[in-house]
Every structure is written in C-alpha cells, then in structure tokens.
Design a binder for this molecule. Structure first.
Ligand code: GAL
Length: 996
C-alpha cells in the first residue's frame, strides 16, 4: 500500500532540481504518494506528462522501444498502456503472453528507457477494439458484463490474475520497474449497486494480486464518478479508488471535408473551474488534477475522407499549447494524451467504429514518424521538466493584460515563490493579433512588462511564461520568451528560451552587480533593482554569454520557435546533453571524454551539442565524428548524412487461385457444425422457432464465417431474407447451388457505423424445382461492438441472425433450411497461436494456410499482375493472389514500407471489392475499395523482412461485376531515415510448421 511521507520531506523536496528521467528499475523501492497538488515520488512532487501507446497495435516488440524512445525524446516522462484481454485469450482458461504478446517485455523496456508507466488493465478498455477488449468467448456468457455477476467476475478474474501479476512485477514501489499508477475498468458510467460492488472487487483483486501503486479509474468526463471515499463532495459517486481521474476530448473536430473548424475555448477543469454541477469545484479536492485521457487526436471511420491528417492539425500544434497549457494552468499535474502512438488495428483487432489504421492523428504517426506536433509537445514536456515548481501551484492574485482580448492565468508555488503566467486569448479560441503588456504582483511588487516592445499573441496560441524562477544558479525575474530547458555545463549554466519567429522577447535576470553581456541583444542594467534586462527579436538561434555580476557564467540560447523545437535533451551519466541538428536524438552515453549519441537523420545536417565540459570527442550511431568548437561552448560536426533513397522492387510474378469452394455443390461440409440448438446469449435474437445462427455460439469469433443451408425446392422458395450482423462496413454474399446470387453491404460513411442489416434476394427460379438445394452464405464479420454504455452491446449477433425463404408476399418462414456453419479453423482452439487471435480468420484460404509463407502455390495460375483492368469482370466471391519480393534496406536505415492499392489520391474506387492483406502470413489490414478511405497499409519492420524475402498474399472478395477487379498493388516508402534501432524478425511459423 502507499506510504505517506511527513510534510517536512515534501517541503524540502520542492526545492530539488528538475528530474526529467524516471529512475531505472534499480531495486530500490520508491514511495509513490500524492496530495491535492500532484503525485509525489519519494516525496518529490512530480508532474506526470504522459501519452498512450498500445503494444498490441505494433506487432513487432523491438519497435516498442522505438516508440518509447521517441516519446522520451519528445519530452514525455510517462507512458500509459492499455492491455487487451481478448488479445491474449482465444479460449476460456487459455492465455498467451509470449512473442508479440509479451507484456513483461514492454514494461521492462519502459523502465530501461526511463518512462513511468500508467497501466490500464480493464477488464474492459474500449480503445476502439473489437468487443472493447473483451475476448470472443465472453460474448457467450449470459451474465451481464461489467457487473458483479459471479459468472462474469470469474471470467474477469482469470484475466486479472494473470495481467495483475505481470504489472506487479514492474512497480516503482518495489524498485522493480516504473509502473507508477494503475487504472481499474474504463469509463464505467452506469452506477448501480452492482457496478459499485464490481469496482470494489476490481480494487480488492488488484491489491490481492500485489499491485501497490495508487489505483484510479477514468471518468468519462468531469462528472464525479468514482472519486475516493471520504471527501463528501455533493453530486459525486464515491468508490474504491485512491485517485480521481477523468477523460476529456474538448475542442473542435474536423468537418466531413477534413477542414479544421474553430471550436470552443479550452475548458477550465481545475483551479479556475466555474461551471458544472459543482460550480467548477473539483469532484475530488484532496487528490491531484488528473486527466487520464486528453485528446491527442481522434479516430477515423470506414467511409470517411481520411481524417487523420486533419485530426493531427486539429489536436496538434497550437491546440496543445492552448488546451494542454490551460490544463497546466488549472493545476492538472497528471495529463496523458490519447493517443501518442496509435499504430495499426491489424487483423481482426479493430472495433466497427474504425478501419485498420489507428494513426489517430497522434504525435507519432502510424509509420513511426514524429509529426510537427511532437516537436511542440517536446517543448512543453521539456518546460515541465525544467520547472518542477509547477507540480505545486495555486492561484496567485490575478494578473491583467493591457488588452481585453487577452487573459493571463497567474499561479504561484508557495514553497519556491516561482510563478507561472499562462497567456491566451480571451476566450482562448480567439485568433486575433494582439500586442499588450501584463501587470502582475511579482516578488519585486506590481510589475508591468515587457518594458520594451509589447508582447504579441498572434492567432490561436498560448504562452507559458515563468517569473521569479530559479534557473540553475541564476534567477529569472521574468521572461516573455518561453523556457524550453536549462542545464549545468560544469561551471557555466545554459538556458534555452524561444518565441514566435520575428516577435520581440524580453528576459530579465537578477544580478547584484552589472555583468558583461555579449551577443545580439540590447541590454539595460538597473543597478537600483539589481536587474539585467535583455531585449531581442526571436530569429534563428541567438547566443548570448553573460559573465560576472556575482554569478556563474550563463549561456542563453534565444531561438525562434522552429529552431528551438529542433533541440533534443538527453541525460548521460556525466550530465545532460543538449543537441541540435538531427531529427531525433535517442540516447547519450558519456565515457571519459567521449560522448556517444544515437538518433535519426531524415535530412543531412550538422550536429551541435552542449554537454559535460569533459566531452572532447563525439560518436554518432557508433561512428566517431571529427568535431570543432562551436560559437561559445558547443561542439559541432560536419553534416550527418541523411538516408539513401530505397529502391523498392515492383510486385511481379503473381499467382492466382479462385477460392470460395464452399459455394459449390460438391464441397464436403460433413465436418462442419450443425447450426441449431446452440445456447443463445446474443442481444439480437431470431424469431421464435428459428435456430441460433450467430457465429459466436459455435466458437467462431473473428473474421469470416460460412453457412451452407439445405432446403427442399418448391414454389415458396423465391425470396430469401437474411438478417445479419457484420460490424463496420461488413458484408454478406449468397450463392444458390453454386451460382452467385448477390451480396449485401453495411453502409460505411458514418462515425457510428450500422452494424447489422437485412438483405433481400430474389432467388433464381431453379430454387423452385423439386429436390434438395443449397444456399451458401459468407458473412464478412468486421468485428464486434464495444460496450461503451455497459449494455452488453458487444454481444450483438455476428453472422446470420435469421433466414427466411418464402413467397414474396408471405410473412412466414415458409421453407425450412438446415444450416451448417464454419468459421476460423479450430474455433477457439486457434491453429496459429503465434500470430494469435487477431490473425485467425475464417476464409477457406485462411483455414488452409494460403496466406502463409511456404505455402506451395506452384500449382496456381500465373498472372502478370493481380490487377485486372477496371473493365475486367472479376469472379464473384474470393480470389487469392500471391507473390514474393526481396528488400535490401541499408542496415543503418530505418524505414516504414507500406502496401498501396490503387489510386492513393482518392479515398474510394468505383469497383465493389475488398482485400485482406497478408504479409508473411500476418493480416496487416483490410482494404474496402468502395468504402475507403485507407489505401496505404504500413507494415512494421520485423513483420516485414527489410533485408530478405517476403511473401505477400491478398484475399480479394468482390461481387464479380465489371470494375470490381483488384487495382494495381505496389510497395511504397512511407518514411525513411538514417538511424533506427536493431529490429529482429518476429518469429512466426511458415506453412509447413503450422499446426493444421
Ligand atoms: C475514451 C475511451 C478510450 C477510447 C477513446 C476514444 O472514451 O476511454 O478507450 O475509446 O475514448 O478514442
């Protein structure tokens, strides 16, 4: 359990210097406590600045480290991780935590990379996952999920026992890792006694399983659901949690044309709160302001126009300063952005509300590149690390601006006297161009500044300013430039400040006597007040040296915003290092006079570093570099080379085979299950007297499912009506006696998709001929719903719900049909446990391993290219295409290669077909030509062999109409840098080794 530290320790701790890094797993236990201001680590108040990352959305474990390093380099000190129960459990009692599912490994890596971890283990997580993270087999429970029904709790405990044990091995409190906070459940907004008992069960279970860090739950909004017991705040629901946290995705969204719109202002969800049921007051006054999820982008839906780039802008640069900045000013000291790396909902992971790409418009894009917004986040994260005083601030006397369109939040840390002045428009979504001064009661008394040219706020923007702030061995009176970082360089101090390009800046420092200043600044020394005022314009990087004045020398780097954003800060054993030039600096290791840096270069540029004075020589990615002294106290190298262009092979030598044999009369379905009699737990049920046709009841949960139904021909056998459930942009195909009858698709193009449908088919007249006839039906199940509202929505039927064959005017189920069913090979006993649940689908080709490397396709027909011309009719049903290709990406380069289909400038095609894309046997996504919008499917290194042979298999399912043929398929380089980290091939079975 948590230990609370004496107040004295806390007060002493406030004066401690910034600690950017989470401690490595040192074996030394750390106390994790909290008060109304912040979480404290060994008594040290700490702002947790986090981002969400889902290892299950990046099935190449070595790349987890790439993401974690990029987060660290982007100023984060915390990563938040959901765990997906269904990802690990194909069958009741069967769990797998190996390979791409090794969660110990990601927690170990986070500790090695110096990031705190917020663990979010469900059992329910939402996360735009099929069933919101519940396993397939759970839909066969009649117990209502997310209640204390014993049937459900027994299932949940199976998972929790295992995942809690893993998390418990990596806690800061034991010194064995960096797990700092733990979440139970997810946005549980229905609050009946059964949910209260359920929550208590989850809390007790976590504690019994050895979780010792503080526990919280994430309220769907700032509603007051599940706040710690005892505060007695009206209109809140108390529950078994140590901390109260809420989620929020405020601000504008993109319109359907992907244009960002000007949304509402940033809400005050803390110290400055005014609205809501509690008059703005916190639902939990004794615990820190805690945003467990705050918008870091948004997800995109089947049939959109491709919204991720817009989301990246909408919840990107400037939004972050204004909205995250408002949170900081409101004393929200735990913030985690959802998502920071969204990744890929590969295979059958995605919920119906999303397609394969879960890019999310996040700071790190799906191809693992840093978006421009990541550089701004880095500035904010570095600022928080540089100003630990922010962890304990309260409102100070109001500061005013000379312009009514500007507002200034003014906070003070009572222990250190440091002040935060957060400047935005009033309201904060204003976009005018204003020039103004600020008046605030600072330590020296009422102060109006700047004294030189006025401050400027031009457009949607916010500025986090500091005053009365101790900066290494210097004292900042105030600055209208924003602080990015400061560090000691032996006897000298260094500080990096920045502002918008071309705008004036003013920095005032305290000196007992007049110091000597060199550099492109105007200076005024006020002997009476002992203050040195510097005035300048933010342009490029100005280097200013200040010596004398009774303090150690100070190097000021005064940069424009874009120049400053290119600085990385890394910690070496000999001290911090500031670097400029490369596109990413991952790590710094000091040995004697040598500093070894690792990182990525996208565009050739010299490297300049400021680091420990003993450093004389530099290594970059293992190679020694000649250095010269830079202006002032830096070291500079010649330009680091950028990446070589990658030559990608064309995809040729295709082979092709027709599939869908289940449609044919002669197909042997003797081993298929009879679809009748299975227990019914789904939320949509067939009419009385009809069998349960839902696929889940027969143990088939992911991907496609086939039905073969036999009936006796007759005059009533005319109109076939199929009620079915198929998730987002799902579909169904029907054959009669081997002849294609037609298909029906669920419409895309809606943020909340239609997930069930009713399809009517007029059967060919042969159905009326006497004798037995065969209906073959394939349902493409694009996943199960989430359970957002705790109403068992995840149990909505998938596959057929009911079938009626009758005369057109009849309302009865005139003709009885005897159905058989087959989905994934082996059902819950999945045949490919290495690739796992999300990779086991139900097409004939998948059941036979046609998607796997090593499958003998020599007997298949050769075809020059998979694409017919758009006017070529394809065969209705599914056709497979296979080819192989070799890659030779240079060993010192990191790239993301994707599979592109058709005209990537258009979100949709005219043809009606869809493609499952298998790379080396891994289902890397689904292209739906007539729905869109995704046409480029990134494949992570490790799944893709960057230096050798790869197998590509495409399962193309279409209506056979002219124009529904597969469009050209090619490889594309989505991202390419010189650098990266070693990535081992993900071990996986080929066709021969596969259990069948
Ligand atoms: C939250 C939920 C997350 C995710 C997010 C939207 O409400 O907790 O799991 O669904 O919304 O991406």
């Amino acid at each position: 359990m948590m230990r609370r530290l004496p107040l004295l320790t806390v007060l002493l701790a406030t004066a401690m210097p910034a600690s950017a890094a989470a401690p490595r797993a040192s074996g030394t236990p750390h106390a994790v406590t909290f008060d109304r201001h912040s979480v404290m680590i060994d008594g040290r108040p700490t702002v947790l600045w986090g981002g969400e990352f889902h290892p299950f959305r990046l099935p190449s474990p070595d790349l987890w480290r790439d993401i974690l390093q990029k987060m660290k380099a982007s100023g984060y000190n915390t990563v938040a991780i959901y765990f997906d129960w269904g990802y690990h459990s194909p069958k009741r009692g069967v769990y797998d935590f190996t390979g791409v599912r090794d969660m110990d490994r990601v927690l170990r890596m986070a500790a090695e990379e110096g990031l705190y971890v917020i663990t979010r283990a469900g059992p329910y997580v939402n996360a735009e996952l099929t069933r919101g993270g519940f396993p397939g087999w759970l839909v066969n429970q009649s117990a209502k999920a997310r209640t204390d029904d014993p049937e459900y709790l027994a299932a949940a405990d199976e998972w929790l026992t295992r995942i809690n044990a893993i998390i418990a091995r990596h806690q800061l409190t034991d010194g064995r890792g960096t797990v700092i906070l733990h979440q139970i459940e997810n946005e549980l907004a229905v609050v009946q006694p059964t949910q209260a008992r359920y929550m208590q069960h989850l809390y007790d279970k976590a504690r019994a399983d050895g979780i010792t860090v503080p526990i919280f739950h994430n309220d769907q909004g700032r509603n007051g659901y599940w706040v710690p017991k005892g505060a007695n705040v009206p209109k809140t629901v108390e529950g078994p949690v140590d901390l109260y946290a809420f989620d929020g995705y405020p601000g504008a969204t993109c319109d359907v044309h992907n244009r960002p719109t000007n949304g509402p202002p940033a809400p005050d969800w803390g110290l400055y709160g005014t609205g809501g049921a509690r008059g703005g007051a916190s639902a939990s006054p004794n615990t820190p302001g805690f945003a467990a999820e705050f918008g870091g982008g948004w997800f995109d839906y089947w049939g959109s126009n491709g919204g991720y780039d817009c989301n990246a802008v909408q919840r990107g640069k400037r939004y972050q300063r204004v909205f995250y900045g408002t949170n900081i000013a409101n004393g929200i000291t735990v913030q985690s952005f959802y998502m920071t790396y969204g990744g890929t909902s590969w295979g059958w992971l995605p919920a119906p509300v999303v397609y394969t790409s879960y890019d999310y418009g996040a700071a790190i894009d799906e191809a693992r590149g840093l978006r421009p917004k990541a550089l701004e986040l880095k500035q904010l994260g570095q600022f928080l690390a540089a100003a630990p005083d922010i962890a304990r601030m309260d409102r100070a006397p109001p500061a005013t601006a000379s312009d009514p369109d500007i507002q200034v939040y003014h906070n003070v840390n009572a222990a250190t006297g440091a002040r935060l002045l957060f400047v935005t428009h009033k309201p904060s979504n204003g976009r005018s161009d204003d020039r103004f001064t600020i008046t605030a009661a600072l330590k020296d008394g009422p102060t109006t500044f700047p004294a030189g040219a006025p401050m400027r706020l031009n457009g949607f923007d916010g500025k986090l300013l500091l005053a009365d702030f101790r900066l290494e061995r210097q004292e900042l009176v105030y600055s209208t430039s924003e602080l990015q970082t400061h560090l000691p360089l032996g006897d000298t101090d260094l500080a990096l400040f920045y502002g918008r390009a071309g705008e004036p800046g003013e920095t005032v420092l305290r000196y007992a006597t007049q110091p000597t200043v060199t550099g492109p600044v105007e200076q005024v020394y006020d002997a009476a007040k002992g203050r040195l005022r510097l005035n300048y314009t933010h342009a490029g990087i100005a280097r200013v040296q200040i010596t004398g004045g009774g303090r150690p020398p100070l190097t000021l780097l005064l940069a424009d915003e874009d120049s400053a954003a290119r600085f990385f800060r890394t910690e070496s054993a000999a001290g911090p290092v500031l670097s400029h030039g490369p596109d990413l600096v991952r790590s710094a290791t000091a040995t004697g006079g040598t500093l070894a840096l690792t990182g990525d270069v996208a565009v050739a540029a010299p490297l300049e570093i400021w680091g420990p004075p003993a450093v004389r020589t530099l290594r970059w990615n293992g190679r020694a570099l000649p250095v010269t002294r830079g202006p002032g106290d830096s070291l500079v190298t010649a330009a680091l080379p950028g990446p070589a262009v990658i030559a990608l092979p064309p995809l040729t030598d295709w082979r092709q085979a027709p599939e869908s044999p289940e449609a044919q009369l002669g197909f042997d379905d003797s081993r298929w299950a009879d679809a009748k009699g299975a227990r019914q737990t789904a939320t949509i049920r067939p009419p009385v007297g009809q069998p349960n046709l839902g696929m889940d009841a027969y143990g088939f949960h992911e991907g496609d499912v086939w039905y073969r139904g036999r009936f006796a021909g007759g005059t009533d056998a005319r109109k076939l009506t199929l009620h079915y459930g198929a998730g987002g942009a799902g579909m169904l195909q029907v054959w009669l006696d081997g002849t294609f009858v037609g298909q029906h698709e669920l419409a895309g193009g809606l943020p909340r998709p239609i997930t069930t449908g009713v399809a009517d088919f007029v059967l060919p007249v042969r159905a009326q001929a006497a004798g037995e006839h065969l209906l073959s039906v394939m349902v493409r199940n694009n996943s199960h719903n989430w359970d957002l509202d705790t109403d068992d929505f995840h149990k909505e039927t998938r596959g057929l719900i009911s079938a009626s064959l009758a005369a057109p005017t009849s309302h009865s189920f005139a003709v009885p049909i005897a159905w058989k069913i087959q989905g994934t090979q082996g059902g819950e006993d999945i045949v490919d446990p290495v690739r796992g649940v999300a990779n086991n689908g139900g097409l004939f080709g998948e059941r036979e391993g046609w998607h796997l490397p090593g499958f003998a396709d020599g007997g298949w027909a050769k075809t020059p290219a998979p694409a017919g011309t758009p006017s070529t009719a394809a065969t209705p049903g599914t056709t497979w295409y296979r080819t192989a290709f070799d890659l030779g990406i240079p060993t010192d380069q990191d790239a993301t290669i994707g599979i592109a289909i058709g005209n990537t400038a258009k979100p949709r095609s005219d043809g009606t077909y869809r493609v499952l894309i298998f790379v080396n046997g891994w289902n890397m996504g689904q292209f739906v030509a007539n729905v869109g919008p995704q046409r480029i499917f990134p494949v992570p290194a490790g799944i893709l062999n960057h230096r050798g042979r790869n197998t590509l298999a495409l399962a193309v399912t279409g209506d056979g109409k002219a124009g529904s043929a597969l469009e050209p398929v090619k490889l594309v380089t989505i991202r390419n840098v010189r650098g990266g980290i070693p990535v081992a091939a993900v071990p996986f079975p080929s066709w021969r080794a596969r259990a069948r």
